[in-house]
Design a protein. Structure first.
Length: 677
């Protein structure tokens, strides 16, 4: 037989890269996005739950731990992993500050665990333990050498006990005792430990990335009298109204000068009249571009004052960033190289055939001067960040280069780690997901077009119960200035109530375009169109905020419920419960300790009353199926005494199309009467 001879190259490779004595395998690590290419997302105070398959050849016991650290720290912290089943292990760690964390996994053959496991079996089989106890003494003496002080002395004392001739039972009791195991866990012998080949990343953002309530308003429509162009100062007068409804983010469409060339008229007319104000998304004029304010709205000082006054009302101002230009933008004059040219030498305007948007020039992200373009767009965001803006809603980010967003968001967060970015991208799912992976804090969703029970269940199970939840945070919008969905067009006031409650309880982030929403504006531009008739995108609006038809009281109550119930402030616990009526949907959310449990039942039919039996999984909600419990409707303040997992609801769309139920356990007091906790 011919002998196998290692070449020098292979021997050298093994020497430098592989220690053949490191026998542990680590695979199937979660969370891990696209092989570690992208970070997962958490907010300050959240836990990162890490799982992995960790195993080795043979029958020896292994130990493993999660290694983690803030990227500004030099030393790793370690958290022991606990076994699940079939070589699957789990541990969690908490992220406590903004920025980035790194995590990995380390595993090793554990001689102490192996010895203890074997000792248990041999002791139970009444075998001779003389040699086993001496092996244990060697392990404890090794631990004494690795440690110092009182712990080292304790290991040495235990080692002497095992070597000393004497009572077998007392030695075994000590060897298998919790005190020894606990101390050894603090000083494991990680000989030939194997670390996972990757260091994975967590991006940690502030709490508002996970829980926020948005209200969109056009400042130019905030004037106190009809026909006048509103200003930032007029918008200040709305702050109390918006805050009273429980919103914490005031989102403004673009506030920049608006182009005049090819300006759109009312209802998106291609011919504008002299008094037409144009679309705020046609950015740029003689007065300036993306780093300027519209003169009709006020000065930069006025905008700063709006931010300051908003803070006094508990509101943050979110600014719309639309990286596109009107033909009058200074960029079109000074940097024509940043735009795509047509064969006749003119700049290519935006198109979505057959639609044409002559009032907008998109940037060319394939320009040879792409570096200068990227730098300038970063400077725009930096400008507004320096002015105090910490939330950006980004218009159509999927029409700009992915690499640009990955670079610019990371660069900005180096200087302003509290920045948040909302991705407005009603596009193909993979594009939406890619943007979330690249760094957007929140994402628009398809909620706007998910109306049936099955559609909602399938979609939100995917968003909250799959690995998507590690990088994409949904922000639900029942309407936007661009989208008046058919459900709202035909369903009347009940449809608005239904979609409000779904948005506010299915996800921890949601928003409305107001006051169109609370006033139930539902006139479409044309049959089959999702555009508003007399759209605010092209004209000034003046509304009666005190209209008796307004939903502002209901919106206030719903947002108050969200703030008072931690279960509604995250998404991971969302679970759907069976109903026997396809027009009634039921779902629950709860805190991890089940101290706050919310069950929501919604009638999806805006025209007719619907009743249904709902089947709750009581044990998963922390309730004893054999005991009665109270279901407190937080919308109506009604209280129901329910028994068992199957209970009946009836929901009338014109009166109360939904229940938001706080489930309360029955508690027997020392004074021998019941109350509900």
């Amino acid at each position: 037989m011919r002998a196998l001879v290692e070449t020098p190259e292979l021997s050298e490779t093994l020497h430098h890269e592989v220690d053949g004595r490191s026998r542990v395998v680590i695979e199937g690590v979660q969370p891990e996005i696209d092989g570690g290419q992208f970070p997962i997302k958490r907010v300050v105070g959240e836990n990162v739950v890490v799982e992995a398959d960790v195993f080795a050849d043979g029958h020896q016991s292994i130990s493993c731990e999660v290694l983690y650290r803030a990227d500004t720290d030099r030393e790793w912290r370690a958290k022991s992993m606990r076994p699940l089943q079939n070589d699957r292990w789990r541990a969690d760690f908490q992220v406590t500050k903004l920025g980035k964390y790194l995590y990995s996994i380390q595993g090793w053959i554990d001689p102490f665990k192996t010895w203890r496991d074997d000792l248990v079996k041999r002791h139970e089989a009444q075998q001779d333990l003389t040699v086993d106890l001496l092996i244990g003494a060697d392990l404890l003496e090794d631990a004494a050498r690795r440690t110092s002080g009182q712990d080292s002395a304790q290991f040495a004392d235990w080692a002497r006990l095992l070597r000393h001739e004497g009572d077998r039972e007392s030695k075994v009791a000590m060897a298998l005792g919790e005190e020894l195991a606990a101390l050894m866990d603090r000083y494991p012998a990680r000989r030939f430990a194997k670390q996972y080949a990757k260091e994975l990343t967590v991006v940690v953002e502030r709490e508002k990335a996970l829980f926020s309530t948005w209200y969109e308003v056009f400042p130019r429509s905030c004037a106190s009298e009809s026909g006048r162009h509103g200003t930032f100062k007029d918008c200040e007068a709305w702050l109390g109204y918006i805050a009273s409804m429980g919103f914490d983010v005031l989102y403004l469409p673009p506030i920049h000068p608006i182009g005049r060339t090819f300006r759109k008229g009312k209802n998106n007319s291609v011919v504008a009249q002299p008094e037409d104000v144009g679309s705020p998304w046609a950015i740029g004029a003689e007065e300036g571009g993306h780093a300027s304010t519209h003169p009709g709205l006020g000065s930069l000082d006025d905008f700063r004052r709006l931010i300051s006054e908003a803070k006094k009302h508990g509101l943050e101002v979110a600014l719309d960033i639309a990286f596109q230009c009107s033909p009058d933008h200074p960029y079109a004059r000074d940097h024509a190289e940043w735009f795509r040219k047509r064969p006749d030498g003119t700049i290519q305007y935006a198109e979505n055939p057959p639609k044409k948007y002559q009032d907008i020039y998109p940037f060319d992200f394939e320009t040879p001067q792409w570096r200068e373009l990227w730098e300038e767009l970063r400077n725009v965001l930096l400008f507004w960040a320096k002015e105090g803006v910490r939330i950006f809603r980004v218009d159509n980010p999927h029409t700009k280069a992915f690499a640009f967003w990955e670079w610019v968001i990371a660069a900005l967060k180096e200087e302003y780690p509290d920045l948040l970015f909302l991705s407005e991208a009603f596009t193909r799912p993979r594009l939406m997901h890619r943007l979330a992976k690249l760094g957007f804090s929140q994402s628009y969703t398809y909620f706007t077009w998910r109306n049936t029970k099955q559609e909602l269940m399938d979609y939100f199970s995917e968003l909250t119960q799959s690995r998507i939840s590690d990088y994409l945070r949904p922000n639900l919008w029942p309407n936007t200035p661009d989208i008046l969905p058919e459900f709202l067009q035909v369903g009347g006031r009940p449809a608005f109530v239904i979609r409000l409650i779904l948005a506010a309880t299915l996800a921890s982030n949601y928003g409305i375009y107001g006051p169109a929403f609370e006033l139930c504006e539902n006139a479409a531009a044309a049959p089959g169109s999702e555009e508003y008739l007399n759209s605010e995108k092209y004209e000034l609006k003046h509304r009666d905020l005190n209209s008796p038809l307004s939903l502002k009281s209901l919106i206030s109550r719903v947002n108050q419920i969200r703030r008072a119930n931690p279960a509604l402030q995250s998404n991971h616990s969302l679970r759907f419960h069976p109903t026997d009526n396809p027009l009634v949907i039921c779902y629950s959310k709860s805190t991890g300790d089940l101290s706050n449990v919310i069950v929501v039942a919604v009638n999806l039919d805006p025209f007719h009353s619907q009743g249904s039996w709902i089947q709750l999984n009581l044990e998963s909600l922390g309730l004893d199926p054999s005991h009665a419990f109270q279901a407190h409707d937080l919308l109506s303040e009604s209280r129901y005494l329910w028994q068992g997992s199957r209970n009946y609801v009836e929901l009338a769309p014109e009166r109360a199309p939904a229940h938001i139920l706080h489930l309360r356990k029955r508690i027997r007091s020392e004074k021998d009467f019941d109350y509900y906790l």
